[in-house]
Design a protein around this ligand. Structure first.
Ligand code: FPP
Length: 244
């Protein structure tokens, strides 16, 4: 694969940041930004499907987000339930398979039930897979993986000296989903904020100044285009990755 070939990314992950600031800039409550963020989610899911992306992971709620004011947390959970109900028909029509990553048991019952139901209903769809990261953090995912492995060691099922990187990979929430090719963060901040820490080892990072409620599939297409003009070397030198 030459670096000039236009390879479609398989997996795109997005930190959807800037909802609160977008709303406050217009003199509204922060929650108004979350409501308008749903339109951006819709556009990006549609665009990713059209562009042949296989996996789209969206950071909808971090473990740290539980520390926000109670009203904002409640509003986000309610918005999630409503959005799942409202969008389910469209997801089915577009052959989208819904999944989640994170600690599902942390979510309020209504939210967990709506999510599990939508995951079940869309499980047979063969188009884009949308993975909602909810009550997710990269360090929590790694902590849960370490717990699984340590418990196997304590039971004598594994030997600590034999643990390899692949064993850690297999203990993650979704070991078979390929690592993201692209990580996008909207809203102008340039940090990873505890998202997919293991999985983004070789991911191309893109930081967009656009606030999430204004982000659309056209912006996604621009980023994919920029990605296709970057060269991924995985620790090798340019000549080596350009050989094939
Ligand atoms: C970050 O903006 C955004 C969130 C914490 C929530 C994301 C939720 C949505 C986009 C809506 C619902 C999602 C789905 C999947 C239907 P922020 O509040 O941190 O913004 P700020 O940095 O400007 O404060």
């Amino acid at each position: 694969m030459s670096h000039t070939d236009k390879k479609t990314p398989t997996h795109i992950a997005i930190i959807m940041d800037g909802n609160g600031r977008w709303a406050q800039q217009q003199g509204h409550e922060r929650t108004f930004g979350h409501q308008n963020g749903v339109e951006a989610v819709r556009s990006v899911i549609e665009g990713a499907g059209e562009m042949g992306i296989r996996y789209l992971t969206l950071y909808a709620f971090s473990t740290e987000n539980w520390n926000r004011p109670k009203e904002e947390v409640e509003m986000l959970m309610t918005l999630l339930v409503h959005s799942i109900h409202n969008e389910l028909e469209r997801l089915m029509a577009n052959h989208v398979r819904l999944m989640m990553t994170g600690r599902i048991n942390d979510l309020p019952d209504a939210c967990r039930n709506a999510l599990e139901d939508a995951i079940h209903q869309t499980a047979g769809n063969d188009g884009l897979t949308v993975i909602l990261a909810l009550s997710y953090s990269g360090r929590t995912e790694l902590t849960d993986a370490v717990r699984k492995i340590a418990s196997d060691c304590a039971k004598g099922l594994r030997n600590a000296d034999d643990i390899m990187a692949d064993d850690i990979q297999h203990a993650l929430y979704h070991p078979n989903i390929p690592d993201p090719d692209i990580l996008i963060r909207t809203g102008g901040e340039c940090r990873v904020s505890n998202f997919l820490l293991w999985e983004i080892a070789y991911t191309e990072l893109f930081f967009s100044p656009i606030m999430w409620p204004d982000f659309r599939k056209t912006h996604l297409a621009e980023i994919i285009n920029a990605y296709q003009n970057r060269e991924r070397r995985y620790g090798k030198i340019g000549e080596q990755v350009r050989e094939h």
